[in-house]
Design a protein around this ligand. Structure first.
Ligand code: AQP
Length: 346
């Protein structure tokens, strides 16, 4: 069973864990904007996910609003699309319980993000961090979403969501049919992982993902960085002593060069080949100046608008509340049908 029998619908989320960065923008938020013309889109500030690691409550409120502001500042229209925060729609947590009883422990044990985030402390981290991918499956399936724009790092979690959907459809096949839902209740959501920068790497270390939680602020370009800060970070970005290659094959084994070329390509909306045709053979200094220009051009207005929007928290809260009501209207009947299929009395 694929997504073909289901109404196309996009769902994606971003955690309000501070320091929204260029990777979040190129891997996810930029695509949210592009998809709104062709799909019904639901974009979620996933605050339940955020508390899988400790958060300061006052700071969490601020970052929830900041992520919503980033969506809007980047160009997501809150009237046309649904923008809300996850904790306002209880279907996410309720469905996560049911799907947690469908998923297998062996499946979760294979999740590399848990291993990376827990490190050596697997006994000390929260249960929520371990079951995070089940909640993510519930986020998507609560809306029967068919397409999920994410960065490369979320690919494994998406595959797990597909496995959970498939197992639920198989386990309850008879009840799904008996309740009038045909052969499959859930779609198999498809990841949308495309473009030149699906995995933006740290500016300080080309082997590490650009990340909100990296202790080095110089490792990432934050969406709220001003032009001077962006310029300083790009000029300090780690490179190697060779000139830029003329062809893509020459980026092999040069992660920092590959990363900067990918970032330029994604920001300018051109293929990496075009970037190398223009800058190949030259030194990094000239290329970095051009990268600063394209980054400031693209991110400057977004950061400026984010800063303006967060000065009006009541307006953001109203958008989140209305989005939550619209999201709930979609998710509630789906959750109700799940309860019937599983055999709960309601
Ligand atoms: N470096 C990245 N390159 C491309 N896409 C990325 N994403 C994250 N980092 C990169 C994508 O951004 C979306 C939202 O991510 P998230 O908020 O759910 O958290 P994350 O994936 O755990 O990202 P971070 O920024 O690295 O946070 P921390 O440091 O808290 O772990 C997702 O679609 C993600 O793929």
């Amino acid at each position: 069973m694929t997504t073909t029998n289901f109404q196309p619908r996009v769902f994606s989320g971003v955690q309000p864990t501070g320091n929204l960065h260029l990777g979040n923008y190129l891997g996810a938020i930029q695509k949210f904007v592009a998809l709104q013309n062709d799909y019904e889109c639901i974009y979620c500030v996933v605050d339940l996910h955020a508390i899988t690691v400790a958060q300061d409550p006052l700071e969490l409120k601020r970052t929830i609003r900041e992520v919503a502001a980033a969506f809007i500042a980047a160009g997501v229209d809150p009237a046309k699309n649904i923008i809300f925060n996850q904790s306002q729609v209880s279907a996410h947590a309720e469905l996560a319980w049911v799907l947690g009883c469908t998923a297998r422990i062996g499946w979760l044990n294979r999740m590399t993000q848990f291993k990376e985030k827990a490190g050596k402390h697997t006994e000390q981290v929260s249960v929520g961090l371990y079951t995070y991918p089940v909640l993510m499956a519930a986020d998507i399936l609560a809306y029967k979403a068919t397409h999920v724009p994410v960065g490369e790092d979320q690919k494994q979690h998406l595959e797990l969501a597909r496995d959970i959907a498939q197992k639920f459809n198989n386990d309850f096949a008879a009840s799904i049919a008996a309740n009038g839902h045909g052969e499959a209740f859930f779609p198999q959501p498809e990841p949308l992982i495309q473009g030149a920068a699906t995995r933006v790497m740290s500016l300080r270390d080309g082997s590490k993902k650009m990340s909100k939680s990296d202790p080095s602020d110089a490792s990432r370009i934050n969406l709220t960085d001003d032009a001077d800060t962006i310029a300083a970070k790009v000029r300090k970005a780690k490179t190697d002593p060779e000139p830029l290659p003329l062809e893509i094959a020459g980026l092999e084994g040069r992660p920092e060069a590959d990363n900067l070329v990918g970032i330029y390509a994604a920001l300018a909306g051109v293929p990496k080949e075009r970037v190398l045709a223009e800058f190949g053979g030259g030194q990094f200094s000239g290329f970095k100046n051009a990268l600063v220009d394209v980054a400031v051009d693209k991110l400057g207005p977004i950061g400026g608008e984010m800063k303006r929007l967060v000065t009006e928290p009541d307006a953001i809260d109203a958008i989140l509340k209305s989005g939550a009501e619209r999201a709930d209207a979609i998710a509630r009947p789906i959750l109700g049908a799940v309860k019937d299929i599983v055999g709960f009395v309601r």
